[in-house]
Design a protein around this ligand. Structure first.
Ligand code: BGC
Length: 725
């Protein structure tokens, strides 16, 4: 079967179907080094919506305008005064507009379907999984009258320590962009706005209000911007949330380089909101291009506007522009004309639950299996124990969820429902019975973090508590059929016990259906199909970003330059983040990006690579040589062999997940567009195409290349510029 990816269509910015993109020249040839034309108009908000918004703005008093540009500030017990609403102006027919977190379901004053975390979606390497979760969240939002979902979070994974890695999509900008794009489209397809956050460089939680993330322009554009840019240019995302941290010395909500020179220059016409209490000065926020201060007005308020206008520091047209953005986006979504709440959708929706299960089946990554998996049904008992055995763990903070009562399936509950000859017993992990453990058929130890040890507002330790490590070691010493199931938002220190356990599954935070999904995977009903969305280095220090991660230095040492107002961290690893740094820094990780085992055996053959006018077409065959149906994640990396500038040894530019029945093969065809062969040039502040010699590599991980071919890339017809995603 031939699978033709629509990468090219997406790269041309016409994937969403409802907006027209103004192309400068539909048959433009891009020779090496030529600067790409900038796409200036996102264009999905109609002229009528813009005109209607402008008319409303012209009727508003300054005071009314100032109430619109911050979350509800009034006191007096109004229902919507909860820090999650845009203020209504009844006189003009502008309703209160409700927001909710994200990203694992609809939060804030409601219980809702709890989906797998962002890292799990990225680990699925499946665009449909991201779409399904987005659609489910869109339905859940409509069922509750939520107009704006505060998700997805797309900040890049730099080290294991960032407390919010679990919400995000891993270390690779292409994987993160594709996951975000489909998640956003899913949400917005239900008439609910998505908010891509946190713009930008919010890659650690430690001291997040103060520490400036400092990186060079090329690094920002090649690693940290792509997921935001794709969300804007191809996802038509309605809202963008700024981050808490300063970027190169200026807080994100006040950073006009971020908001005007970049975000708006990509054609973004929607709403830019601050993160909650991340607005630090009135002048900064009025002038930066920020549209709404959340959750309430602290600095962008009427009193400050009056004073700054009187003194000529700001102009009223700046405030008009903010109102225009808010209203034109709300009008485009119909929020001024019809209720958001759709009474026909139940709050506990079957479709949402099914989508949560479908996603949970594809996220877990099998990192080791010496034969304990799949678990066999036998007369012998399978013992389940550990701190996460009979709870549904989750990452803490604004990404935490209140699941619908009775819907959470724990790992123990999932395994107990296997039936068919499986005998499953839950054991108190703080008082293990080693006699029973020795006699058991297999042991499943569910360890890891939870909301109080991994979450927003703090960075987490690399290692588990001594108690958890001791438990895993003791259990594995007692029974050779020990399977570790680890809940975490990224890499953890597995060195104390990886040599002892028989198998290791990374479960991330799998949502309400996680227990059912993991039971299916552990028992072999479904072959594991998740793959690592980040490089698993094996130690904190092996990660080249570690010396440049702030928490690794004592606070006093961080203020090493006097020309920055804030303590800062220099992103010293630059573009060589994660697997991109393996060769550059000469480090081999324990498990590379894209790694994950299955219960079958795949082989690759018939690579064909050819120049076509739109880019490079890559096709190959994947065969399932094993005995069960399983999915393989075929990954395409490129290496520039004669680059004139510093380039990573290899970069992910395409992937496809293919499900194949035993003894069958599938042909995969991918199109690498012109944008795949370009880099960001900080001198011209634009992307430039790089023709030349490339090795096109097809493999099962960044360190398991199965097929490769060298090709001379000559230049392409590139209708809308050569953005790199
Ligand atoms: C988080 C955002 C979240 C907001 C509202 C902030 O603390 O950083 O991601 O959307 O709170 O809960």
């Amino acid at each position: 079967m031939k699978i033709l990816l629509t990468i090219l269509v997406a790269a041309l910015g016409i994937g969403a179907g409802q907006h027209s993109v103004e192309c400068m020249d539909s048959q433009m040839f891009m020779p090496d080094g030529q600067i790409a034309p900038v796409q200036m108009n996102q264009g999905w908000i109609s002229t009528q919506a813009k005109q209607r918004a402008a008319e409303l703005v012209s009727q508003m008093t300054l005071e009314e305008k100032c109430t619109l540009i911050h979350g509800v500030r009034i006191t007096g017990g109004e229902e919507y005064e909860d820090g999650f609403h845009i203020q209504p102006i009844p006189r003009l027919g502008i309703p209160a507009i409700r927001m909710a977190d994200g990203p694992q379901g609809v939060r804030n004053k409601t219980r809702s379907t709890y989906y797998p975390c962002g890292l799990s979606l990225a680990a699925s390497w499946n665009r449909d999984v991201a779409s399904k979760v987005g659609e489910g969240i869109g339905l859940d939002a409509r069922a509750r009258g939520v107009a704006i979902m505060l998700c997805p979070g797309v900040n890049i994974y730099r080290t294991a320590l960032c407390g919010r890695n679990f919400e995000y999509y891993g270390e690779d900008p292409y994987l993160a962009s594709e996951t975000a794009l489909h998640y956003i489209k899913g949400i917005q397809s239900k008439g609910v706005m998505a908010t891509v956050k946190h713009f930008a460089l919010n890659n650690q939680e430690y001291d997040r209000h103060c520490i400036s993330s400092n990186a060079d322009e090329r690094t920002i554009n090649e690693i940290y911007f792509p997921a935001f840019r794709k969300a804007v240019e191809e996802g038509n995302v309605a809202c963008v949330m700024t981050s808490y941290n300063p970027v190169n010395g200026t807080h994100a909500s006040e950073n006009s380089w971020l908001i005007k020179d970049n975000l708006r220059a990509w054609g973004f016409e929607g709403i830019v909101m601050s993160d909650w209490t991340s607005s630090y000065s009135a002048v900064g926020c009025f002038g930066s291009g920020l549209d709404i201060e959340m959750p309430r007005g602290h600095v962008m308020i009427y009193e400050h506007a009056q004073e700054l206008l009187e003194n000529g520091v700001i102009q009223e047209s700046w405030i008009d522009e903010k109102c225009q953005h808010i209203l034109q986006t709300a009008i485009a979504y119909g929020f001024l004309d019809k209720p958001v709440k759709d009474e026909s959708i139940p709050e506990d929706c079957d479709k949402s639950r099914a989508n949560a299960l479908a996603a949970a089946l594809e996220g877990p990554v099998l990192l080791k299996n010496s034969g304990a998996l799949p678990l066999k049904a036998s007369k012998k008992t399978i013992i389940v124990l550990g701190p996460n055995a009979d709870i549904v763990p989750y990452g803490g903070g604004s990404g935490a969820m209140d699941p619908i009562e009775g819907r959470n399936i724990t790992l123990y509950a999932g395994l107990s429902k296997l039936g068919k000859g499986y005998k499953v017993e839950l054991m108190d992990w703080q008082a293990p019975d080693y006699e029973k453990i020795r006699k058991a058929g297999a042991i499943v130890v569910a360890a890891g973090f939870n909301y109080d040890t991994e979450g927003e507002g703090f960075d987490r330790p690399y290692a588990f508590s001594q108690e958890q490590n001791d438990l895993i070691c003791a259990v594995a010493d007692a029974n050779p059929n020990t399977v570790a199931v680890i809940y975490s938002g990224g890499e953890v220190d597995i060195n104390p016990w990886i040599g002892k356990v028989n198998a290791l599954v990374m479960a991330w935070y799998a949502g309400q259906e996680g227990g059912t999904a993991l039971a299916s995977i552990l028992s072999g009903k479904v072959s594991p199909s998740g793959r690592l969305p980040f490089t698993f280095w094996g130690s904190l220090e092996a990660n080249p970003a570690y010396p440049h991660y702030l928490i690794s230095k004592p606070y006093g040492e961080r203020k090493t330059k006097i020309d920055f107002q804030y303590p800062f961290i220099e992103y010293g690893e630059g573009i060589f983040l994660g697997y991109r740094g393996m060769k550059h820094f000469n480090v081999t990780p324990m498990f590379p990006l894209g790694y994950g085992l299955t219960y079958t055996d795949f082989s690759y053959s018939n690579l064909s690579v050819k120049n076509i006018p739109e880019g490079v077409e890559v096709s190959f065959t994947v065969s399932n040589n094993g005995k069960m149906e399983a999915a393989e994640v075929a990954q395409v990396y490129i290496s520039a062999l004669d680059a004139k500038i510093a380039m990573p040894d290899m970069e992910l530019k395409g992937f496809e997940k293919v499900s194949i029945t035993p003894k069958q093969s599938k042909e995969v065809t991918l199109l690498l567009p012109a944008s795949a062969f370009s880099h960001y040039d900080a001198t011209s502040h634009n992307w430039v195409s790089d023709t030349g010699t490339y090795r096109i590599c097809v493999g099962a991980s960044a360190l398991d290349i199965k097929l490769s071919e060298v090709i001379e890339v000559k230049g392409f017809t590139s209708p809308c510029g050569n953005r790199i995603f």
